[in-house]
Design a protein around this ligand. Sequence first.
Ligand code: ZN
Length: 281
Amino acid sequence: MFQGVVIFILGLLFGSFANVCIWRIPRKKEIIVIPSHCPKCLNSIKWYDNIPVLSYLILGRKCRSCKAVISWRYPVVELLSALLFLGVYLKFGADWRLAGYIPFVWAMLVISAIDLEHYIIPDVFSLSGLAMGLVLAALATFGIPVDQTVFSRADVLSQWPLVDSAIGVVLGGGFLWLAAWLGEKVFKQEAMGGGDIKLAAMIGAFFGWKAVLVSFFLAFLTGSVVGILLIILGRAKKNEVPEGVNPKAMVPFGPFLALGGILALFWGRELLGFYLRLFGL
Ligand SMILES: [Zn+2]
């Protein structure tokens, strides 16, 4: 219980840091030294006005100095971060692998938020995440845990985690690269960006090739459902797409990949087991 509370609070604090990264990294601003400030009046924010979620509520959603409205995204990101931290802890317990799982879910959150707004996935997350995933795999079995009864035939590779991880990188990056290439050939427009390719490779590095398959399946599934819903609701916002981005690529794919990666971490083993049992493997 106590550990859970500590993890939750840590998640809130890192959620606060996530907000800093989400705002500053796409704008090429420094993230550590410059203190938090209101983006409107530029007054620095006192520590007591910078408490995750609580300050937002106490201040009545407004900056103390200039009364500019604070976006609801700040407390939402903080809460999501806390819930992800707590979820990973509840799922895997006080395991050393949390040292990799927690940075992973945190990075997925930041990447999604940045991609939703700016249609980019900064290399600082995807490429360093890729490197981190490979290092963790080299240290020990880190991918989706293996259920021997289910995976005995389907999963010989997980005996060598680094090989599993490396195949995950090639499969993840390669598949999306192919999708991007096909998209350009068939639709004559950019459907998938380089950022998506690196993100997929990062998921592969962290959790191995099986997780890549699960993440892709979930990403394409959720992406199609949301895409169709947006079309039905007529909510495809064509005017707000930043310069250089194809307006027909209405929804960035990164957030769905990130969601797929998170779901694969939490339930990939169960989903794969279910799927393989369907085919009697
Ligand atoms: Zn202000």
